[in-house]
Design a protein around this ligand. Structure first.
Ligand code: NAD
Length: 486
């Protein structure tokens, strides 16, 4: 163990945060971990003081100075336009990989899956968590799902490197690329590309719906699972809960320069202040932090003492079960039981042994947006309208009038389904219309001035356009999906 102290930033958070953080810090101190702690205030109090981001400039400074953050859960106030601080911190600091081990502790913690031992690797910066949402019409709200090639490469490479370093045999990917062929399709494609470079590790892909069913039914079939952000958020809660309790699992948020460690659960406001919350999730986050800091001895001492405590049947309410557990304890007594066992090892559960090796972080250039030299050509434009005044055919007939200047109306969809030309009367329509115009000239190319002129003509008809999406081809490959029924 290194002699000098490692600087870390700590936030007590909201709800059960202060109780579980204080239990965790006491165990860290008693274990001999060498930490120099900077405290910051984030979350509910900061939000309610008028800071909509929930974090002050001084707190960002501390995080950028120490580069290691041990964070208790925080409450995002509902409504009022507050953005989730967790998502803000993860994205602002580039913490692209969220690592969530979910392990059973049978027969000492009740579970239907006694052999479960898997790691969820959740992409942490993209997907619907871009948080770009708009109300576009009276009836329609939209959230953008953003998936990037560098984002996919980073998380998928990290997942394979993690598997290799932790001697895991198989990496599984879940996506919904049978429906979202471009966004989830890219995630799956990059998974296949990267997997081909790790021939020592088995790989597989499941559509997320059946994959989730299998994960809930036979979690022992899985080893490392790499997931886009939303699926990873949902399925890591499922995996932690079926392993024994959401209160058990910790989480590491890894970036190139900074890392954040936390429990996977939230601030559990209903049980706050009652000394009944399980501090184990945050403690597991803290153990991952010690490994990250190369303080593997302290990590091992705490983890083994924790396993011995669980094995001795000393359990908090969330995992306590008559006939399985021996003694129900509160947050503080549980922490004391762990501290009393520092230096001991479990007898039935496998003791842990940590090595100081860290996962090789993928090197992806920040500007690696397009491959160089790729030919991008604009071949049309989707114009989205807020229109409440009639049938698809009426709108179609109106829009045929704006054809010209090398662009022509190709189709109109409503909620993605083609309704003009030749729509079906059964299709339900809202006030949100996507009107696709394509190039009608010899070279099949549309230029920006043509789009500006087209919008001018749409405006002259008194139509309310709410956004456009250009339709591009990349090296001749369509960069947009067809309408359903097109
Ligand atoms: P939650 O995870 O806080 O609670 C879900 C359930 O699990 C509740 O029944 C709770 O009592 C129980 N639980 C959670 N942690 C426990 C523990 N350590 N010991 C015993 N039982 C535990 O989820 P929620 O109720 O949906 O969210 C509450 C708040 O937490 C929301 O404001 C949400 O935004 C926030 N949240 C924060 C984080 C984070 O800070 N990383 C993560 C998720 C949710």
């Amino acid at each position: 163990m290194k002699n000098e102290k490692s600087a870390i930033t700590v936030a007590y958070g909201d709800g059960i945060g202060p109780e579980i953080m204080s239990a965790t810090l006491d165990i860290l101190e008693e274990s001999g971990a060498k930490l120099d702690i900077e405290m910051i205030e984030i979350g509910e109090k900061v939000y309610l003081s008028g800071n909509t981001a929930g974090i002050s400039t001084e707190s960002w400074d501390s995080l950028r100075r120490t580069k290691v953050f041990l964070k208790a859960p925080i409450t995002t106030p509902q409504g009022g336009g507050y953005k989730s601080l967790n998502v803000t911190v993860r994205k602002t600091l580039g913490l692209f990989a969220n690592v969530r081990p979910c392990v059973s502790y049978a027969p000492f913690v009740d579970t239907k899956h006694p052999k479960m031992d898997l790691v969820i690797i959740r992409e942490n910066e993209e997907d619907l968590y871009a948080g770009i949402e708009h109300r576009q019409t009276s009836q329609v709200y939209q959230c953008l799902k953003i998936i990037t090639r560098p984002g996919c490469e980073k998380i998928i490479r990290y997942g394979f490197e993690y598997a290799r370093q932790h001697n895991r045999k198989k990496v599984t990917c879940f996506t919904k690329d049978n429906i979202m062929k471009m966004t989830d399709g890219l995630f799956h494609k990059v998974f296949d590309e990267v997997a081909a470079q790790y021939s020592d590790i088995e790989n597989e892909h499941w559509i997320v719906d059946i994959g989730s069913a299998k994960l809930s039914d036979t979690p022992d079939d899985f080893d490392v699972i790499i997931l886009p952000n939303l699926y990873g958020d949902i399925l890591s809660d499922v995996a932690a809960q079926i392993a024994g309790s959401i209160g058990l699992a910790g989480s590491a948020n890894i970036g190139e320069n900074i890392a954040m460690f936390e429990a996977i659960h939230g601030s559990a406001p209903k049980i706050a202040g009652q000394n009944i919350a399980n501090p184990s999730g945050l403690l597991h986050g803290a153990i991952m932090m010690l490994v990250h800091l190369n303080q593997t001895e302290a990590a091992e001492r705490i983890h083994n003492a924790w396993l011995k405590t669980i094995e001795d049947g000393i359990h908090t309410n969330d995992v306590f079960k008559e006939g399985v557990s021996k003694k129900e304890v509160g947050t503080r007594a549980f922490a004391e039981a762990v501290m009393n066992r520092l230096g001991q090892k479990p007898e039935t559960l496998k003791p842990v042994k940590y090595s100081a090796k860290s996962v090789n972080l993928p090197k992806i250039s920040k500007t690696n947006g397009h491959s160089h030299g790729e030919k991008k050509e604009m071949v049309g434009v989707d114009v989205f309208l807020d229109w409440k005044y009639g049938s698809p055919n009426e709108l179609g007939n109106l829009l045929e009038k704006v054809n010209g200047d090398g662009v022509k109306l190709q189709m109109i969809t409503n909620r993605g389904v083609k309704v003009y030309p030749n729509g079906l009367p059964e299709t339900f329509c809202t006030d949100h219309w996507r009107c696709r115009f394509i190039a009608e000239n010899d070279n099949k190319i549309v230029r920006h001035p043509q789009i500006i002129n087209l919008l001018g003509r749409v405006n002259e008809l008194g139509l309310d356009f709410i956004k456009i999406e250009t339709l591009c081809e990349f090296d001749g490959e369509k960069g947009y999906s067809l309408g359903q029924g097109q």
